[in-house]
Design a protein around this ligand. Structure first.
Ligand code: UDP
Length: 450
């Protein structure tokens, strides 16, 4: 195969059936996948690729087509009631969704060269679209896997239904031409838990918007988010969900308060995500607020609710430490964003976080559900501004390797290989491995303004 001969790719259909890439982030069901689809497709559109993202309409008052950069569009397809639905219910409307997508393309007189689908429901839709669209190649990303959800579930309500596991199996074995895994850990899960063919898996991590998450002076940032400019802040950002392990953070702060109260003299803890002012608090938010009170941490810990992503750079820059105490995380974009801003991350050594955060270099790993270990690492970092700076500098340098331009280049190669495979009867390239290497040594002197 001549690697320099490119196949033309004019138009890509991206499927994000159950959640819209433009949705407000930090809610119950909106997070990393929405950001991935939005930023990945924006980068494609920046390059002039025509990209249509199809998502189920959740509000009939929202315009059905929304532009995404110069050549991208988000297209809301009516399928079932035009209102938010629990994810398992969305599965009842997949045929309607497929008909809507096919009718849209026919009405516009357009065809696609490839489908890139996100989450298992979209994978099923991709499979059904193939029968209308001449067997187009399908690239699939799961973002989370039902089997992994089940491994950490503490009760039946948290378990993935069998229909999801069956759906994932079908997508892996019968539908996707390539499955993109975010990390080597996800690749191993696909192989071990689902029997996926390793030749059909490529590892490509998500990226980070380095323009958005660029350096801001810490003093200015503290002022912008209303934090004491002489104090230190510990930050959590994410959905308020049991699997995010925010209770471990609260318990760790409780331990520090009990054993080393002096270290918390000028420290605040800010929790971004969810809605702390809702008339009826969501169960996890209520549980965490009760725990905060029981531990006597009301003065220290503030729930500020979800924030527009445009505001997050200020929160990251205003913080000395970002914590991700998750029980499981398929990737962990928040850690990458914090690192891009030069803030060290203390993260559970699970899933994508174990791969993303470099222990002792860009932050620390701790075992999940271990408040004492988390308290020890927080204590160490709060007391050592030199280490904070060094880890922050390493983190910033490391995150640069995850620029979206690089991620999209790698996916583009996968698209190209697939189209070659279809049209020239050549074998698919062995899986494309994108794994940022890291060898940055920060200078030993402190910069003048931290
Ligand atoms: N996020 C946001 N506002 C919030 C909370 C989260 O914009 O109030 C964004 C955050 O910047 C990140 C994403 O939501 O890009 C969360 O992704 P992550 O992979 O950390 O977690 P997930 O939600 O996928 O579990």
């Amino acid at each position: 195969m001549d690697l320099f001969k490119k196949k033309p790719i004019n138009r890509i259909a991206v499927l994000s059936v159950h959640t819209c890439p433009l949705a407000m982030l930090g809610g119950k069901k909106t997070g990393g996948m929405n950001v991935y689809v939005r930023d990945f497709c924006s980068e494609l559109a920046r390059r002039g690729v025509m990209v249509d993202v199809f998502t189920r309409s959740q509000d009939s008052c929202v315009p059905s087509i929304h532009e995404l950069g110069a050549t991208g569009r988000v297209i809301h397809i009516a399928a079932g009631p035009e209102e938010p639905l629990p994810v398992p219910e969305v599965a009842n409307y997949l045929d309607e969704f497929v008909s809507g997508v096919v009718a849209f393309a026919a009405h516009e007189g357009i065809t696609y060269d490839l489908i890139h689908s996100h989450y298992w429901l979209s994978g099923l839709v991709a499979g059904r679209l193939q029968s209308f669209w001449d067997d187009l190649p399908i690239v699939q990303m799961f973002h989370t896997l039902g089997h992994m959800k089940n491994q950490i579930a503490t009760n039946d309500a948290h378990r993935a239904p069998q229909s999801r596991i069956d759906g994932e199996m079908k997508v892996i074995h019968d539908i996707a031409d390539v499955v993109i895994a975010a990390t080597p850990a996800e690749e191993a899960q696909l192989i071990e838990l689902y029997g996926a063919d390793p030749q059909r898996i490529s590892i490509v991590p998500p990226g980070v918007d380095l323009q958005r998450f660029a350096t801001i002076s810490r003093k200015k940032a503290k002022q912008c988010v209303g934090l004491d400019r002489d104090g230190q802040n510990i930050l959590f950002v994410g959905r308020i969900e049991p699997l995010k392990g925010i209770d471990t953070l609260l318990q760790a702060i409780g331990i520090l308060r009990e054993r080393s109260p002096h270290v918390l003299n000028a420290v605040s803890v800010t929790i971004v995500g969810g809605d702390p002012n809702a008339d009826t608090l969501d169960a996890e938010m209520a549980r965490l607020q009760t725990m905060r009170e029981a531990l006597g941490l009301q003065e220290l810990v503030t729930f500020v609710g979800s924030k527009d992503q445009m505001m997050l750079p200020f929160y990251y820059a205003a913080s000395e430490i970002v914590v991700m105490p998750s029980h499981y995380e398929s990737f962990g974009l928040v850690a990458l964003e914090a690192m891009a801003m030069g803030t060290p991350v203390i993260a559970s050594e699970v899933g994508g976080l174990a791969h993303l955060v470099r222990d002792g270099v860009t932050g620390y790993h701790v075992p999940s559900r271990d408040p004492l270990a988390m308290a020890q690492k927080m204590f160490a970092l709060l007391n050592d501004s030199v280490e904070q700076w060094q880890m922050g500098a390493s983190a910033r340098a490391y995150a640069r390797k995850y620029a979206w331009s690089q991620i999209v280049d790698t996916c583009w190669e996968i698209y190209q290989s697939l189209l070659w495979e279809r049209t020239e009867d050549v074998e698919l390239l062995p899986h494309t491995l994108f794994m940022p290497e890291f060898s940055f040594q920060p200078p030993s002197s402190l910069p003048f303004a931290v």
